[in-house]
Design a protein around this ligand. Sequence first.
Ligand code: AMP
Ligand code: ZN
Length: 486
Amino acid sequence: MKSTKNIIPILLKNTLTNKKDVFISRKKNTVTMYNCGPTVYDYAHIGNLRAYVFADSLRRVLEYNGYEVKQVINITDVGHLTSDADEGEDKIESGAKREGLKVNKIIKRYTDAFFEDLKKLNINIDKIIFPKATEHIQEQIIFIQTLEEKGYTYKTTDGVYFDTSLINDYGKLGDINTKNLKEGARVKKNKEKRNAADFALWKFSPSYEKIKEKRQQEWSSPWGIGFPGWHIECSAMSMKHLGKQIDIHTGGVDHISVHHNNEIAQTESVTGKQFANYWMHNEHITIEGQKISKSVGNTIYLRNIIARGFSPLSLRYWFLTSHYNTRANFTWDALEGAHGALFKLHRYFIEEYGVGEGIVNKEYQKKFQTFINDDLDTPKVIALIWDMLKDDNISKKDKRSTMLDFDKALGFGFLESNKKLLEMLKNKGKKLSVGELPIEIKKLADEREKARAEKDFKKADEIRANLKKKGYEIKDTDKGVEIAIK
Ligand code: AMP
Ligand code: ZN
């Protein structure tokens, strides 16, 4: 891997210090990164997807700078209650009820859908570890036992809780301790809790207290039958897959006050060491000016975007036109703009700039590295690409190579387009047997044959033109139909 490391320092906005810090990895060439992942009870909406595109951009920037990145995104498939105050229903159980399915079906459906969404957004899922909470119940129990041995827990009638009053710096992330809590932002709902901020590590199944509706997911534990609290999975799985201390931990801003402060309290109480050196958070997306909410009914998923004829990567482009740490308001018009801009970039890249190998323009590359290493300033990078394209002093070949270089960090798909293009050119003029044809092309060729047999020559010609657009030349010879790559 090309190493540009240390030429321009990487600055990251760290919620822990509330400033941009110079990034220094714990180990020389490797970065460990944990991104809080989805609760798989529904499709991920475009707000959630911003969190993962942000994590992917961060990964790409670190890789661009020569680091190897060990990345974990957890799959929450139990224990995330509808309220942060450890109250309400388990989201997975309620998702199963909503769809009249067993929880394992719900978990599979939405985990698969999540992976599909990530792939469409050009996120390479093969490089990421995706641990599931339900596959780490033992690890979570052991984690809670360790906290118990160290004296941080107490039991109530509905579960085992963490006593936050024992932590001097509880709430240090986002300064929750000194501001929000003292102002009483969190309502003390559970009378048995010693402190308003205390949170559940293990919850007893309702059947344990009063026989109500039986949960589909429950496990025995030293404290009784139940299920883990939502925060404990991230502490336990991060430690298992990345070690006691990690470099970077990310999530949406909504996670700062409760979820991430609780993760810190749990992990640092067990290890006695700082959990993550850099805590990074993406701001929220609103839709047409409103908070994304099921009750408002304004939720948009990637599948809605594709159904309207937009390429999924236009969403990625739109995300990167604003800085991850500022709020962004989604509108269909804005997406249309992003779609058009990205299409134009691809067209320049392929049609105008050909396939010749040029050299990466050093001046623009330097600017690119300065912007991208400055806490991922993607809006500036996008503006820079357009400036470069308008610059007559740079040859087309060099523009092309410079775009390819930038795309390592942006992930707009030029690299993939390039591979496809080179493959096409390698096969230029090659005749293909029916078996070698992509299904879609074979279907069109069959339709054309049918149209010809029915003497519908207008339709046959239309299909020929359509095939041509897709890069295939169809010829009628004495021996039958021949198809070649144009
Ligand atoms: P969840 O599945 O609810 O745990 O959320 C998955 C990720 O999406 C978390 O990192 C959240 O902080 C983040 N998130 C939730 N809503 C939004 C939003 N409207 N905009 C950006 N990120 C969000
Ligand atoms: Zn988490």
